[in-house]
Design a protein around this ligand. Structure first.
Ligand code: MTE
Ligand code: HPA
Ligand code: MOS
Length: 773
């Protein structure tokens, strides 16, 4: 051990050592391209890359044989190949990687590669997967009370199926990574990833490198929405393979259409439900089987299914409930995280049940909702055993009922509908209760590294990533507030695995909760050190007979460090910092946080998986043209619970954005595949995301005031990013309400999610047929 060789001796003699003058010299950026399967299931019986290899400007063409480590990039379960071998299991699966001098040459090369497939039968729908019995992982169950007993004596029972569609994340920046080879085995990877540590880990595995050789960095993503929680790993790995093979920096950027074809989406679901309730509409039991389409690999499907199961109750107390979850294999790209992470799908079914009960009992669904809400002292335990504490349903419901003038507008809508044959109005009032924390408990941890420089400016590193949600802004605010300095003196660094290791994904809306607390932990340490020194300094200059300053009296505010008991003893923050430096005190600290007091036992289906819940409610009114199926969102009122907001503008932005994104999922965003498994709408001209015309004509968004979050949260704020997406159920069910008005709410309309024009028209048509019968 003692006389090991010089760490860079070999580089010195081979000329590989990098000095400043060597950086970015002779670094020719190459462009990577991914050739993917054009069949959904098949054997590769022949391929020829010779012609492509000969094309001038082509620098490398790689197959699965060129992978240094295991051919495996599944993030949780190892069932996902980096590059296909002799069999392909979905359209969009990577087979070859090409590196070339330009994107154009790479595309030309791709055209010259010949692949012959022998097509095999594929599974392309949930129903087909059920028929063939192909579960991707064992089924799961969460159960409480005695469902069978409740059904056996129920006054009313409804049963049904609800089809819920998937959703394309539609981040504006498509998947992208840039891999740069460094000295020796080093790889520096700029990756548009929500989860730099996992990207680093998988690159290290596939490249057969220790993690210390791989640095993953991300300044910001151009949107992610869950689509870059695991699937950013793919392009990053592919870029690294090409970079290692060529010795050059390689950028892999997916074209929009390729991105939509190759990457996973929100999971579609098929819900089979049965509910028992009394004549008032109080629900006693629900049995629901949640079937979901996992795609061709597990990815995050089981965690997503788990969250769907844990949100099957939404905001309602169901004493007897049985939730069965089944994730099915299909020959489609592996579905993945998308804002809400299964929660929206679980909740949609519950809202459909409530809506049906209202219609059946001829009562306003809002009243049915109210009598089933979780209560404070009793009727407050979820099917998975967690008590709903700090319940905000009642204050939100009460306030929104008033501010939205719900009852008055209900009467107006009824008279509008009585007087109009072809135009119908509809309205719905829907709640959201969303659990905050990763349900995989150990993921609830975060780290930070805070540096204070001699001029008093602060550089904050933390493990979270910025994707537009404003995390870095909130972290900057938290740092400045904690240190009592101006925001202009704080900068948040690009996220890098070299500064903060072993982080969790920025996901589950917990970015600020976790990283904010880790940063606070670091600034607390720094304040302690600087404060102790300031205290000493005050005491060194103690006035005659002056009382000594106590370290516990030191405060940081208004860019100064001062003694609370003797406010005249003060010094500018930057002077206190400089003084600490001269006294040889470290001005750099790590921070760490783990969410306390949460646990979940998967086998039993019980525990306290969430640190707290976020709540919100929305009322949406729509106008429906029953002849075309076109609807207009006339007005949306939202009241959402963000605790003590850290940044109201950002929070409102997340609420509005979440609602609109949810509205897209609930209405116009429909994924269509042909019977070969080709995605038919893989560009914005055929896949309809909301645009400026789709936002509510009158959009009133407010946050619940006067209800701070639990004490041990970052400045008593609440996670805000995902929950508002599900407020869009108010739009989805307002449309159903308008359809139902076609026959004075006498018949339950056929319905599914999304409610596209087609779904709406077919439902109206079906209603009319049933009326005439
Ligand atoms: N907002 C913007 N503008 N862009 C995004 O990609 N992703 C959403 C949400 N809001 C997203 C967004 C998702 S899926 C999550 S989990 C959270 O932001 C993550 O950020 P947070 O935990 O810091 O709130
Ligand atoms: N939400 C988002 N991402 C996740 C979760 C979750 O609950 N669990 C694992 N990854
Ligand atoms: Mo968000 S779906 O948890 O990345």
């Amino acid at each position: 051990m003692k006389d090991i060789e010089h760490e860079s001796g070999v580089y010195h003699v081979t000329g590989e050592a990098r000095y400043i003058d060597d950086l970015l010299v002779n670094e020719r950026l190459l462009y990577g391209r991914v050739l993917y399967s054009k069949v959904s299931h098949g054997k590769i019986i022949a391929c020829n890359i010779d012609a492509a290899n000969e094309l001038p400007g082509v620098k490398a063409i790689l197959t699965h044989k060129d992978i240094p480590g295991p051919n495996q990039m599944g993030p949780v379960i190892h069932d996902e190949l980096v590059l296909a071998k002799d069999r392909v299991t979905f359209i969009g699966q990577a087979i070859f990687l090409i590196a070339a001098d330009s994107e154009e040459i790479a595309i030309e090369a791709e055209k010259l590669i010949e692949i012959k497939y022998k097509e095999l039968p594929s599974i392309l729908s949930i129903k087909d997967a059920i028929k063939k019995g192909k579960l991707i992982q064992p089924a799961r169950k969460i159960e409480t009370g005695d469902v069978d007993n409740s059904f056996s004596k129920a006054e009313n029972i409804i049963e049904g199926e609800l089809e819920i569609g998937g959703q394309e994340q539609w981040y504006l920046e498509t998947q992208i990574a840039l891999a740069m080879p460094g000295e020796g085995k080093e790889l520096l990877v700029y990756s548009s990833t929500q989860h730099p540590s996992e990207t680093q880990a998988l690159i290290a595995e596939v490249m057969n490198l220790p993690k210390m050789e791989v640095e993953v960095q991300i300044r910001r993503m151009g949107g992610a929405f869950g689509g870059k929680e695991t699937q950013a790993n793919h392009v990053a790995i592919w870029a690294c393979l090409l970079s290692k093979a060529t010795g050059c920096p390689v950028k892999v950027r997916l074209f929009r259409d390729d991105d939509q074809i190759m990457t996973g989406k929100r999971h579609r679901f098929l819900m089979q439900y049965k509910a028992a309730f009394d004549k008032r509409g109080i629900i006693d039991a629900i049995h629901v089987v949640q079937h979901t389409d996992a795609g061709a690999a597990t990815d995050l499907s089981m965690a997503i299914l788990e969250r769907a199961m844990m949100h099957a109750d939404n905001a309602y107390y169901i004493p007897n409930m049985c939730i069965v979850g089944k994730a099915w294999f299909t020959n489609l790209p592996s579905n993945t995280a998308f804002r809400g992470f299964g929660g929206p799908q679980g909740m949609a079914c519950m809202e459909q049940i409530i809506d049906r009960i209202g219609r059946m009992l001829k009562k306003d669904p809002a009243d049915i909702r109210k009598i089933n809400f979780y209560q404070n002292k009793k009727r407050n335990r979820t099917p998975y055993g967690q008590k709903v504490e700090n319940n905000r349903l009642e204050p939100i419901f009460k306030t929104l009922l008033k501010t939205s003038e719900y009852k008055k507008r209900r009467t107006e809508i009824n008279s509008f509908n009585a007087n109009n044959e072809f135009f119908k109005k509809g309205m719905a009032f829907t709640p959201v209760k969303f659990g905050i924390s990763f349900t995989t408990s150990f993921l609830n941890q975060a780290g930070a590294l805070v540096h204070i420089y001699k001029d008093g400016t602060v550089l904050v590193n933390h493990g979270g990533t910025e994707m537009g949600q404003g995390l870095h802004t909130k972290i900057r605010q938290i740092s400045a507030m904690e240190l009592g300095i101006e925001i202009k003196n704080v900068k948040v660094n690009a996220t890098t695995t070299a500064k903060v290791p072993n982080t969790s994904a920025t996901a589950a809306s917990a970015g600020t909760d976790l990283n904010g607390m880790a940063v606070k932990n670091a600034t607390d340490k720094l304040k302690d050190r600087i404060g102790k020194r300031a205290c000493e300094a005050f005491n060194e200059k103690l006035p005659k007979n002056g009382k000594r300053t106590k370290a516990t009296d030191i405060r940081f505010a208004n860019n100064t460090v001062y003694d609370l008991a003797h406010p005249k003893r003060k010094t500018a923050f930057h002077n206190a910092v400089l003084d600490a430096y001269f006294n040889q005190i470290s001005l750099s600290a790590t921070g760490y946080y783990k969410t306390p007091d949460i646990h979940f036992d998967r086998d039993k289906g019980k525990g306290k998986p969430y640190y707290y819940f976020a709540f919100g409610m929305a009322v949406t009114e729509i106008l429906l043209d029953t002849l075309t199926g076109h609807f207009t969102n006339v007005r949306t009122d939202i009241l959402h619970d963000v605790g003590d907001s850290l940044n109201l503008r950002l929070d409102i932005g997340q609420i509005e954005g979440g609602y609109i994104q949810g509205m897209g999922w609930c209405t116009t965003e429909e994924l269509k595949w042909d019977d070969k498994g080709n995605l038919l709408n893989h560009s914005p001209d055929t896949y309809k995301i909301p645009n400026i015309q789709d936002i509510p004509k009158d959009f009133r968004v407010a946050v619940l005031k006067g209800y701070p979050n639990a004490e041990k949260t970052i400045r008593r704020s609440k996670a805000v990013a995902e929950p508002p997406l599900m407020l869009a159920f108010s739009c989805w069910l307002a449309i159903k309400d308008a359809i139902s008005a076609v026959h004075e709410h006498q018949i339950e309309p056929m319905y599914s999610l999304p409610a596209t024009n087609e779904v709406i028209l077919l439902s109206i048509d079906d209603l009319k047929k049933r009326i005439s019968l």
